[in-house]
Each structure stands twice: as C-alpha cells, then as structure tokens.
Design a protein around this ligand. Structure first.
Ligand code: AMP
Ligand code: MG
Length: 411
C-alpha cells in the first residue's frame, strides 16, 4: 500500500474496505476459566453437553397430581413431598397428591402441578380449586430451554454478561477463546502536557490518550499506553519500533496532517507501507492506515473529536475483524426529526454530535452546540451522532436526519 496521492477525498466506505480487506483474524487461542472469559471472542462453537433443565421440574410451589385422579375427587390426600434437590422417591398411591416446590423434580406419573394459591388445605387432604387444568400445567419439561447437542453460541461471538451464566448452566468450566488483540497507542505533539503538570504558554493537556484507551478496552482489546511523544524524529522512530514489538496494532494521535512539525509521515514512510488519506468525513479528515513490519498502523487526527470519531468508525471495525468478532455490526442509522438547525457544506459526510430523545414514539434530536473538532464537550454531552449525508447542505429545524445511537463502547 503506497502513499495515497489520488486527488479528492476518500469516502468512508472505501477507507473501511481498504482497512478490512488485508486484515486476517488472530489465530492464537487459549482456554480460559469461564469466570475470566467475559469480553473474549469464542474460538469455537459452544455445544451443550446436557439437557437444560436436566429433568422435568415444577415451575411453581404447589401440588403435583395425576389429572385422571381429579375425576374421582377434587380433594386428594398428601402422599409425600418433592423439594428442590430432594426428589420424592416413595410409592405414589392413586388418588393422592404430592407437595412440590419450584425447581423440584416432577414425580413419576404426574401430569400437572397446581399452584398453591389455587388450593386449600382441608382435613381430608388438598382441595384443588382450579377449574380447568391443562396437561403438563406448570411443568418445565426436560430440555425445554436447551437440548443436549444444541449449538448455544457460535465461534466469533463475543462473550457478554448474558452469555456467561448460560454457559455455566451447561456445567462448562472452560472456554476456548481468541487471544485479545494488543493495541499500543501514544499521543504526538510538542504542545502536549501530562495531567498534573503545569501548562506553559502554548501548551495543552493531552486528552486523546484518555479517549483512545477506553475505546480499545471496551472493545475487548488490550491497551498499551506509551505516553506522549514529542515531535522529534528520533524519539518517534524509536517509539514506533518499540510499539510494533509490543502490539498487533499501533494507534497514534496527531501528526498525520500536513503541519510542518508533523514528522510522523516521513518516519512511517521509512518504517512501513502507510497510506495517508484525506477522508470525506467531518470531523476526521486526515487519517493514516497501513502496515509496519510487525503491526498494523492507524494514525488518528490530533483534534480530540476527530481522534475519537475515527477510532469509533474506522479502528473499531478493524479491531473486530482482528479479534475474530464476526458478529460485530456497525451502528445502524435511525431517522429522527431535528429540533435544531445544522450547518453543513456539501462534500463530506458530517458526524455532528447530537442528543436524541423519544417523543410520542418518534426519535427527535438536537445539536450539542459547538461542533468544532477541537471542542470535546460536544462528545461529552452527546448520546448519538447525527450523520448528515455527503452531498447534503444546511439542515433546517423539522427536517429528517439519520442518527446513530452510540454503541456500548461510548457509554
Ligand atoms: P495535529 O493533528 O498534530 O496537527 O493536531 C491537530 C490539533 O489537535 C492541534 O490543535 C493539536 O494541538 C490537537 N491535539 C493533538 N494531539 C492532541 C492530544 N493528544 N490531546 C489534545 N489535543 C491534541
Ligand atoms: Mg501535532
């Protein structure tokens, strides 16, 4: 991949295509205890070794009976009890019932459980007060949740807090997962100061690393923070070399536009095959992508909103592919009526920051205010992107716009 010197701006779809096509999922896998597997991607399908539930059991506290016995009498003497973990094991005479608790094994021959609230205890036995009783009433049948041999999760699924307890219910203690992608990242710029330091004239705090790290980690990757690197060719080169030894992907912020102190471009051209792109999105125009000897490289623009946006719309899909996370989907667009006007020039797709609400079942959206790519408050206030199409101009109040609700990595 050489330097991209094609005139014009590259549509985001083309950029994604160029990034995703060469990426091959990580092949290295490991077996993890289930309790440590949250956020990892499955390296193989999970099949159920058992039926869940493993035996017919009661959905209610009540009385187990045989429906045929009710034809003789509505009152049935008690013959025993079945509690969770302590099944009824004795003889069960005809015309009697068995006390049963939720989750307890259904006694042999029982074809209905009557909930306690629909019975009365009398001297003659348990009076069944429910009028019509269907066959298998309140009986949870063996395997009605999961059958033995079912594929409950497929290779490529990322394990959520909803999946882990389901796997536990199958008695599976370890799962085979893909090693997490490692992402080394650093900020570039002579003007950047660490938190806790005092700002001299012309300096600002490095906020980008604080935006990039959570977007790596929330996406199930390992983040390796290499700090702030000044605009110094020797230090930059050394850091790139260190980063590519440590990680599968190197992410930088700043230094990929055409500023005079932006040496990154020269160094990268020396170290690997990198394309410097001008993307048809706003914010986030300058972006670099390519391959170093030992790692992929993503160069984010320095402006804080641009850095987070390009991380979200370009780098995350790439990390998903690398992680083998085949179920990952890009955020979907939803039509919303805008309650604010949006300034927009044709030529680039805008990702303006918005706040959506649902009013009378309809999505409505308003702007977060200042939409400068350096004004990060617009991200902090937002709960969605207002994605305004490339060729569209200014948007007036009352028009329909497409919004993309933030995925969980921005929450
Ligand atoms: P650059 O892409 O290096 O030309 O930077 C573009 C703008 O983003 C400049 O105003 C930088 O000062 C600012 N910037 C670059 N890196 C950071 C960072 N890590 N945190 C906050 N602002 C940054
Ligand atoms: Mg810079």
């Amino acid at each position: 991949m050489g330097c991209c010197d094609a005139p014009g701006l590259m549509p985001i779809e083309d950029a994604l295509d160029k990034m995703l096509t060469p990426i091959k999922p990580i092949q290295s896998t490991l077996s993890l205890p289930l309790a440590e597997a949250l956020g990892f991607v499955l390296a193989e399908d999970v099949l159920s070794p058992i039926f869940v539930p493993p035996f017919d059991n009661s959905a209610m506290d009540g009385y187990a009976l045989r429906l045929a016995d009710l034809e003789n009498s509505k009152t049935l003497p008690l013959a025993g009890k079945s509690f969770a973990g302590q099944p009824f094991e004795g003889e069960w005479p005809v015309n009697t019932c068995i006390r049963i608790m939720t989750g307890a094994k259904i006694p042999h021959g029982c074809d209905a459980v009557i909930m306690q609230e629909n019975t009365a205890v009398t001297d003659a036995g348990i009076e069944i007060q429910q009028e019509s009783i269907s066959l298998n009433n309140n009986i949870r049948a063996t395997g009605n949740d999961i059958a033995q041999g079912d594929i409950v999760l497929q290779k490529g699924a990322r394990l959520t807090p909803r999946d882990i307890p389901m796997i536990a219910s199958l008695g599976i203690s370890h799962v085979s997962v893909v090693r997490k992608p490692k992402v080394a990242f650093f900020s570039t710029g002579d003007e950047l100061k660490k938190l806790g330091e005092t700002l001299e004239d012309g300096q600002i705090y490095d906020s980008n690393r604080y935006g990039i790290k959570p977007l790596i980690e929330a996406f199930g990757c390992e983040a390796i923070d290499l700090g702030i690197i000044p605009d110094c060719p020797a230090t930059l080169k050394e850091t790139f070399n260190q980063a590519q030894q440590l990680a599968d992907v190197v992410v930088t912020s700043g230094g990929v536009s055409v500023g005079e102190a932006d040496y990154t471009k020269d160094i990268l051209e020396e170290l690997g095959q990198i394309g410097f792109w001008k993307l048809a999105i706003k914010p986030g125009k300058p972006f670099a992508f390519g391959q170093l000897d030992d790692a992929w490289f993503c160069g984010l623009p320095g402006n804080p909103v641009s850095a987070v946006l390009t991380m979200y719309v370009l780098v995350q899909p790439m990390l998903a592919k690398l992680a083998g996370h085949s179920e990952w989907k890009a955020p979907e667009s939803i039509p919303a009526i805008t309650q604010s006007a949006f300034k927009k020039g044709p030529g680039r797709t805008d990702y303006q920051r918005g706040i959506y609400r649902i009013e009378n079942g309809q999505f409505v959206v308003e702007t977060t205010g200042n939409q400068s790519s350096g004004a990060f408050r617009s991200m902090s206030l937002a709960n969605c992107f207002v994605v305004i199409e490339k060729e569209r101009g200014n948007v007036a109040v009352g028009e329909t716009v497409q919004i993309q609700l933030f995925n969980s990595t921005l929450y």
